[in-house]
Design a protein around this ligand. Structure first.
Ligand code: SPV
Ligand code: MG
Length: 563
């Protein structure tokens, strides 16, 4: 029986690919069809090993027309042996990443098929679903052992059982171009050419689309002897791992159609990683390796990070993208005692991370990238990556508004203003950003849960108390301050404000007016809100019920550790 894609059937008017003599519109066709074309190619075709999405991408970029998903390399990369220690579904997960990352066909090293014909059929269905072009199965027993480990002690599969597996693949595949490569392990296990040929014929008759003849010899004698005895009716593939010094022209002349470089990526990773890791360990520094390794931007390029940035521009609401955050973090937080002797409260560690970094992460999670932090006490200790700092060197005797005034140039466009000592659940910020109103304050309606008042608390009276009932009517701020009669209190302002571009302009104008007051240096936010209310500006209230905290003293800090 002739192979289903004998080169004689390859008649096509399409042009041939210059490198591997396949069709020029290579990338537009299914991966299964691409692989079939590689088997029919006029010139010798090379497949390169990959063992994960990244290495697969690197193989594709180098120009290889196909990928060998090596069982040895995948298991090595997973930290296990090439003895079916990784389950077949774990291998499937890896090849799915490889397939998603690339547009060229993948030939999966399917070992012995992970079971009998039935497991084989299921594997083929799963591979087709993941656009894997072909599977190679070897005529050994499950669990397999790598051919280079005591190969001569390995038992071959029953010839008919293995042929049945191949038949099962052909019957199970729904894509007519899906290929099965039958791998002959006869030479590995110490059998002679006659036996290998006998098996090759049986596997071809069962429907194999190609034959992989493996050898562990240092010379190509065995594979060349096979090629010479074979009539070429089914493409022959080889893996020159041990006879690597043979010029590829020798294979070409022998009529071999495909060469697999089976493990050279995982081996090069091992060498590179060992060198880098040992050097960093020895030198206790990464300084000397920096120029020897791929720069960060190369990782991002390989991950196609640019595409995501473009997609974000297309799909994410613009409003949020351009929102800025101003964090007021100038005060020491003296109630924390020793902890804030050398650094301000904002840099005190909460759960191993400085409070300010947690806050900055929360803004970034809400896609707010432009973050301004007003620092004062211990400013040399205040650091956060990608954040712009503004200094309030008069932090000692001044109130919150002076700190805000220092950041006046940034109070433009949509802005979220935040105290530097608060933490809140992600949804609180997300919902605040969705609120309508030019100025919106976040108010905790469950203020009583916080018990005895500690420090300066901005109590709030609003036009309506918090209610679960939906109402179209906006809730507006009535008053704010530490001394409101408790019967009138509707909540506590948590230190978070959203201002639209118009709201920012209102705040700037209000600060301008207040700056003329002789006591401006000591004014706080409640003074600002009182002023706004007196001048007839409506301030919206966004109610929450808990899920936030501020860090005023050691008790708060203890609670924050668990937040
Ligand atoms: C593999 O790459 O996993 C192979 C080829 O099967 S070999 O390691 O040479 O057996
Ligand atoms: Mg293998």
């Amino acid at each position: 029986m002739a192979c289903s894609h004998d080169s004689r059937q390859a008649g096509s008017n399409q042009e041939l690919h210059p490198r591997c003599a396949v069709l020029t519109n290579f990338r537009d066709v299914n991966k299964t069809t691409q692989f079939k074309q590689l088997l029919r190619a006029r010139d010798l075709v090379f497949l390169m090993e990959a063992h994960n999405g990244l290495s697969a991408k690197i193989v594709e970029e180098a120009g290889f027309p196909g990928i060998w998903a090596s069982g040895l390399s995948i298991s090595a990369a997973l930290g296990v042996r090439d003895n079916n220690e990784a389950s077949w579904t774990q291998v499937l997960e890896v090849v799915e990443f490889m397939s998603d990352a690339t547009n060229i066909p993948i030939l999966l090293d399917g070992d012995t098929g992970y079971g009998n014909f039935n497991n084989m059929r299921r594997l083929v269905r799963k591979l087709e679903q993941r656009a894997i072009a072909a599977v190679c199965i070897e005529d050994k027993l499950f669990p397999k052992t790598n051919s280079f480990i005591q190969g001569e002690k390995q038992t071959l599969a029953d010839i008919n059982e293995f042929a049945g597996k191949i038949k099962a693949v052909k019957d199970a595949q729904t894509d007519p171009d899906f290929s099965v490569v039958a791998r002959l392990e006869g030479f590995i296990a110490g059998w002679n050419l006659e036996e290998v040929l006998r098996r090759a014929k049986a596997y071809q008759a069962a429907g194999a689309d190609a034959l992989l003849v493996h050898s562990k010899k240092r010379t190509p004698d065995e594979v060349l002897a096979f090629a010479a005895a074979w009539d070429g009716s089914c493409p022959v593939i080889i893996v020159p791992t041990t006879y690597y010094s043979t010029p590829v022209e020798t294979f070409e002349q022998a009529g071999i159609r495909m060469v697999i470089w089976a493990n050279h990526n995982v081996r090069s990773c091992i060498t590179a990683m060992q060198k880098t890791t040992r050097q960093i360990f020895r030198e206790r520094s990464v300084g000397n390796v920096e120029d020897q390794i791929a720069p960060m931007k190369e990782i991002f390029r390989l991950q196609n990070a640019d595409e995501l940035l473009l997609a974000e521009e297309r799909y994410l609401p613009k409003r949020v993208e351009s929102t800025r955050a101003i964090v007021l973090a100038a005060s020491r937080g003296g109630e924390l005692g020793e902890l804030t002797r050398a650094k301000p409260k904002a840099m005190v560690s909460v759960g191993g991370t400085p409070l300010l970094h947690r806050l900055v992460d929360q803004f970034r999670a809400a896609r707010i990238k432009d973050i301004i932090v007003v620092r004062g006490y211990g400013k040399q200790e205040v650091a956060a990556l990608g954040v712009h700092f503004v200094d309030n060197d008069e932090f000692e005797n001044t109130g919150e508004l002076l700190s805000l005034a220092k950041a006046l140039d940034f109070l433009e466009g949509e802005v979220v203003l935040s105290f530097g000592d608060i933490l809140f659940r992600k949804y609180i910020l997300q919902n605040l950003l969705l609120e309508e109103g030019d100025l919106v304050v976040t108010v905790d309606a469950a203020w009583q849960r916080r018990g005895q008042a500690k420090g300066y608390i901005d109590y709030v009276t609003a036009t309506r108390a918090y209610s679960l009932k939906y109402s179209e009517e906006a809730v507006l701020l009535g008053d704010m301050g530490p001394n409101l009669p408790s019967a009138k209190i509707h909540g506590e302002w948590i230190g978070l404000i959203k201002a639209t571009a118009r709201g920012s302009a209102i705040l700037r104008a209000a600060l301008d007016r207040l700056a003329a007051r002789p006591d401006f240096r000591r004014l706080r936010f409640d003074d600002l809100f009182k002023h706004l209310l007196e001048s007839g500006t409506g301030v919206h209230v966004h109610y929450i019920t808990g899920h936030w905290l501020d860090v005023d003293d050691l008790d708060d800090l203890a609670q924050a550790q668990a937040f």
